[in-house]
Design a binder for this molecule. Structure first.
Ligand code: SF4
Length: 557
């Protein structure tokens, strides 16, 4: 029956109520809503997350774990890159049932932000030493170009900060409702095909916005990326704000502005605002976008707070108008979209000549898993081969820069001896895994060891497979390993095995992609595999694809 003005149908009435509710109060500061609408907003209002550092240094590190205020423990400590890690031995079935304090271990994950993925060998050596001394050797490379430690004791945090900061690194706002690490092209300043080097803008954004109390209470996390590489190498489509290198026909090299990307709940790809931003304006425009997010972002529901929801409601035209009129007080030039990259991989692995005639060498551990001892050895190897610089990538890989031609072979042999492959199989190259149940309190299944074993199995079973392929493994319905944009995305959950037992497994998503043909994988209805069946399943999918593909056909198509 059609709805009448007097008596709307139930569905329409609910939708109307929702819409009215949204406009009544999403907690947007810019329209006068300053009363906290949930516990997170309350603790952020009570005290700036940045202030917890003083308490860690003067109280918690001296009196121990039990002295930590719960609002600091599960809230503000994130502003300094600290999360409690999962108590060992709690299975994934209990994740949603237990109270947070029952899942909390007395140890922390600590995230080191590496803006632009840029590291010196001295910095990497310090990261490695901290890992061995304070983190039981752990040090994972993340898909946000960070390094993550585990097993950190609160007592050791001030000393870890002292050592990191002595070499110009920090954990400031590495987590929390803050401007997180700024992704940057791992080959900024050196790549032969570079459109524009965004490094200056990353430094300037860091200087002006990171650790700045004016931007330390955002509705939710704020992810950003700046890359002038035509390889589109920072997953710009899934950041809250991205600056992507383009050449304007009149003004020359600059950046195309994207906003509102993000995975996890209601995944959305970023949208172009159609503007061209010169390098020197990138920090101001970043400031405008983060300002809009702070002031107009939704603060009522955590799962509707990311910038993508505001962008979806406003649309790109209104977003651009508010940015120009209220935040920049000037119009931005119109500009072109990025072009389709020539290669299919975005990770810069292998040996490549730099602009200056030297070489960079990209290499792959398995699923980002390295350790402190290996990182120290990588720093030593780089030094021994005349390089003082390295980069992390947004694919859980690394690159050594500035290697003279005659040193390349020796460096490659040294890396391969550490099981860091310069010419990896497509499986090692294209597989990423999130932290998973080993340390993550939200996890339902194991991911890192599962991913590493899957790589080994696929290399053994289908050694001739030559197609670029991405296999991303998440330990829960969140999206830390970007499952929605992988060729094969695996979302961790409990599934039934053939005997009717509930066991660890995955919901399969197929056919996602990044790039100019970006899109989300299709959730294959009913297609769930147990962890034990995973190698068989992936082998079947890939073998069938290989047998049936047409000339030039990619897996995602
Ligand atoms: Fe944890 Fe889930 Fe993120 Fe994996 S995807 S790290 S399990 S929150």
């Amino acid at each position: 029956m059609p709805a009448t003005p007097e008596k709307p149908a139930a569905g329409a009435a609910v939708a109307a109520r929702r819409k009215a509710g949204r406009h009544r109060g999403e907690g947007q500061w810019a329209v006068g809503h300053h009363t906290p609408l949930n516990g997170n907003e309350q603790f952020k209002k009570d005290d700036d997350g940045l202030n917890v550092r003083t308490r860690i240094e003067t109280i918690y590190s001296k009196r121990g774990f039990d002295s930590i205020d719960p609002n600091d423990l599960r809230g503000r400590m994130r502003w300094w890159g600290l999360y409690t890690q999962r108590k060992p031995g709690i299975d994934g079935g209990k994740t949603a049932i237990l109270e947070p304090e029952e899942l909390d271990d007395e140890y922390f994950m600590l995230r080191v932000r590496i803006d632009g993925g840029r590291l010196t060998t001295e910095q990497l050596r310090v990261i490695g030493e901290i890992s061995q001394e304070f983190a039981r050797g752990t040090a994972d490379l993340t898909d946000r170009q960070n390094v993550q430690y585990h097993w950190i004791r609160i007592e050791d945090v001030p000393e870890i900060w002292r050592r990191l900061e002595a070499v110009g690194l920090s954990t400031t706002e590495a987590c929390g409702d803050t401007p997180r690490v700024i992704l940057g092209s791992p080959v900024a300043g050196i790549a032969v095909d570079e459109i524009i080097d965004g490094s200056w803008a990353i430094d300037e954004i860091q200087r002006r916005f990171i650790g700045n109390p004016d931007f330390s209470n955002l509705p939710r996390k704020f992810k950003s990326a700046v890359s002038g590489s035509p390889q589109l190498d920072v997953a710009h489509e899934i950041n809250d704000v991205s600056f992507v290198g383009v050449v304007h026909p009149e003004y020359g090299p600059g950046f195309d502005l994207w906003v509102g990307g993000g995975l996890s709940t209601n995944p959305k790809l970023g949208v172009r605002l159609g503007t061209w931003v010169p390098l020197e304006d990138v920090p101001d425009v970043y400031g405008g976008v983060i300002g809009i997010f702070r002031d107009y972002g939704y603060r009522r529901l955590r799962n509707r707070a990311r910038l993508k929801f505001l962008v979806a409601d406003w649309g790109p035209e209104k977003f651009r108008q508010v940015l120009e009129d209220e935040y920049l007080q000037r119009k931005l030039a119109d500009g072109p979209a990025p072009e389709q990259p020539s290669g299919v991989w975005r990770d810069h692995l292998g040996v490549h000549r730099q602009k200056d005639g030297r070489f960079y060498v990209g290499f792959a551990p398995r699923v980002g898993r390295v350790d402190g001892s290996t990182l120290t050895k990588i720093a030593e190897l780089a030094d021994a081969h005349g390089s003082g610089r390295l980069r992390t990538t947004a694919e859980q890989k690394m690159i050594v820069l500035d290697v003279a031609e005659e040193q390349v072979d020796s460096l490659v042999s040294g890396l391969e001896a550490l099981d860091l492959k310069v010419t990896p199989s497509p499986f090692r190259r294209g597989t990423m895994a999130c932290t998973g149940i080993e340390f993550c309190k939200l996890a339902i299944v194991e991911t890192k060891a599962r991913g590493a074993a899957l790589i080994d199995e696929l290399e053994r079973r289908i050694p001739e497979f030559d197609e670029p392929i991405t296999i991303n493994i998440n330990g829960c319905p969140n999206a830390c390993a970007r499952i929605q944009v992988a060729d094969i995305g695996l979302k961790g959950q409990l599934v039934m095995d053939a005997d009717g037992n509930q066991v660890e497994g995955f919901q399969v998503h197929l056919g996602g992609a990044l790039g100019l043909e970006a899109g989300f994988g299709r959730k294959v209805r009913g297609l769930k595999v147990t962890s034990a069946e995973l190698p068989d399943y992936v082998e079947r999918v890939l073998t069938r694809f290989q047998e049936q593909r047409e000339d030039g056909e990619r897996f995602a198509t």
